[in-house]
Ligand binder design. Sequence first.
Ligand SMILES: Cc1cc2nc3c(=O)[nH]c(=O)nc-3n(C[C@H](O)[C@H](O)[C@H](O)COP(=O)(O)OP(=O)(O)OC[C@H]3O[C@@H](n4cnc5c(N)ncnc54)[C@H](O)[C@@H]3O)c2cc1C
Length: 538
Amino acid sequence: MTTNPLPNEADDHHLDPRENQERRTGEIGPVYDFIVCGAGAAGSVIARRLAENSVCTVLLIEAGGIDEAESVLDPGKWPTNLGSERDWGFQAEPNPHLDGRALSMSMGKGLGGGSSVNVMVWARGHRTDWDHFAKVSDDAGWGYDAVLDIYRRIENWQGTPDPQRRGMSGPVWVQHPCDPSPLAGGMLDAARELGIPRFDSPNGKMMEGAGGAALTDMLVRDGRRHSIYRAYVAPWLDRPNLTVVTETHVRRILFDGRRAVGVEIERAGELLAIAAGTEVIVSTGAINTPKLLMLSGLGDRSELDRHGIPVVRHIPGVGKNLQDHVSFGCTWETHEPMPPRNNGSEATLYWKSRPELEAPDLLFCQVEFPVPSERTAARGVPEHGWSMFAGLAHPHSRGEVRLRSADASAPPIVDANMMSHPADVEAARACVKLCRELGNAEAFRPYVKREAIPGEGRPADDDFIRDAAVTYWHQCGTARMGLDDMAVVDATLAVQGIEGLRVADGSILPRVTTGNTQAPCAVVGERAAQMLRHRHGL
Ligand SMILES: Cc1cc2nc3c(=O)[nH]c(=O)nc-3n(C[C@H](O)[C@H](O)[C@H](O)COP(=O)(O)OP(=O)(O)OC[C@H]3O[C@@H](n4cnc5c(N)ncnc54)[C@H](O)[C@@H]3O)c2cc1C
């Protein structure tokens, strides 16, 4: 391994974390063994796991800032990050399938990435998701049984022990909500009324079968957000072989022929080239990752030519296969104010729109305040109320990320293309129907005054569905893993035909998992680190 030529390099594990990082980031070295781009849900895991081996130097580069803000750390304040400097604030193209609506597509910017601005829900993905990934990558290491091992290793589960599925001593603190709102209990009772079984946790047996309802598992510890960055990187900031830089933008990957040899960064207005002695890992999230690959000369030849970008390798799948869960919020007015508790989303439900399906295709997260779309808000938002984020867990529609220009500071074109597939419209009808049945169930009578959106007596027709559709913020799939020509990475997450470069984040998921996506992204990080360590004998 190369060494980072910093002065006073000491193999001392008792440095003050802040002083250590101030010193390291003040003098960024010209070369590191591993450069990890993006300190989000996957990148944080990779940087930590690589830095656990003291023989290698790791540089973790984050475009956004630090995570020390109440809007990040107070679990109830997550909505205040939307549209702030902690949000990339992507805007999808106007969508003809949504009556021309251009949806906002927030993604986290700053240490922790999405895991520092999200709703803190921990959801593992269904058995069938992982078994599908094993099949398309021809690697059993991506299958459910293998991934269960990873989950057992990374979780510090605080609920009822389930040794077959849950770990209790890993870095990721996972707990049930403390003293949940009566609305969460209402949701579980409403599910029971409709014959949907209740489970102790959404992350045990429930994710192996037909679905059910449960209190949410969440990344909250001692009343504070426990992001993936806090779980993995924060305890390692005192290490001499780990450097974490913020407010630093990776503009492109540098190549020698078809070998990635470093990155070009922009920091405090200056451009700088930093060499990677061993590998570059791209973990910049499902919208910025294809953008960075294309700016670096990896993508569809015609797209790169259009922007005058020299082609390093024609990889047509870059930016294709964009997937996301789509949600259709319904809202109820409560008799009196019922302030949200914890993260304001304490109950979840997965169910099938058609009984013959292999796995649940509907995903519900209760939100303890109204969250209408900009269109459905016109139907009247109650002063006191709650919404159901009722969404499609297995959408068939596929979108695309393209370059707007060769300028690294320009946002890419995000053609989310939601609801373009007729099967999604069909599933959406079932989704909204079930949502209304739940919200109008007997169990909610003590709290609910009336259905506000869609509204009592109003049809939840296709117009409502088009007006209500919003992102669940689970963008993924734009540099997908597989063996075919449209795949971007192989089972080891190495970019096709390129040496020394891996992609490891939500982009590589062949399809969006059944449920919220940060836990699967953490697993992608763990798998990437495993493979890097194996490949380089670490
Ligand atoms: C509002 C919101 C709510 C959500 N709620 C939940 C939830 O409750 N539960 C759940 O499981 N999931 C949730 N998600 C989704 C989840 O957070 C993401 O799926 C997950 O964080 C994606 O992980 P990632 O590693 O792919 O990318 P990210 O976590 O997005 O990390 C990518 C990182 O790379 C950085 N970056 C990008 N470009 C560059 C560049 N050029 N140079 C340097 N750095 C760069 C970004 O700033 C970011 O920090 C939510 C997301 C949002 C936005």
